[in-house]
Every structure is written in C-alpha cells, then in structure tokens.
Design a binder for this molecule. Structure first.
Ligand SMILES: [Zn+2]
Length: 82
C-alpha cells in the first residue's frame, strides 16, 4: 500500500468501514510508515475533537463533520512517500 492509498482510505479506516483485508493493509502501512502513523493519529484526534465540539446538538452532525475533516485531510502537505 502506498501513502496515497492509505490517505484515501483513512476516513473509512477510522470509521471502521473497511473490509478486514484492507484494514490489515492500512495497519501494516501505518506500522511501517511514520509519516502515515502520525497522520492517522492527528486525524483521529481531529475527529474526536470535532465530534466533542458538536455533541451538545440535538441532532449530532457527525457525518458532515467527518466529511469536512476528510476533505481537509485529503490534501496533505507532508505525506510525500508515494
Ligand atoms: Zn505512508
């Protein structure tokens, strides 16, 4: 798996929407690639903070937030190991 593939699947990975095989590939990549490991950590932290920020809404908009974050993270500047 390349960094680009990892990044493109990150949203699904964090949401638990990936098939077991793809998930395993992501874990392997993140274990071997410090850049993507750091990226994953920061992505998870961002999702956590964003969800917490909106948890008081009557209808939590986790889906749109996840989409916004996903868009932000699809344009990484630091993940160059393709
Ligand atoms: Zn990588």
């Amino acid at each position: 798996m390349t960094c680009r593939e990892f990044v493109s699947r990150l949203g699904n990975y964090v949401d638990g929407d990936l098939a077991a095989r793809k998930r395993t590939e992501c874990v392997k990549h993140a274990t071997a690639c410090p850049d993507c490991a750091a990226y994953l950590q920061s992505y998870q932290a961002t999702v956590r903070v964003a969800r917490k920020a909106y948890e008081d809404l009557e209808q939590p908009s986790a889906e749109p937030i996840a989409r916004v974050i996903d868009r932000l993270f699809r344009h990484p500047l630091s993940c160059q190991r393709m």
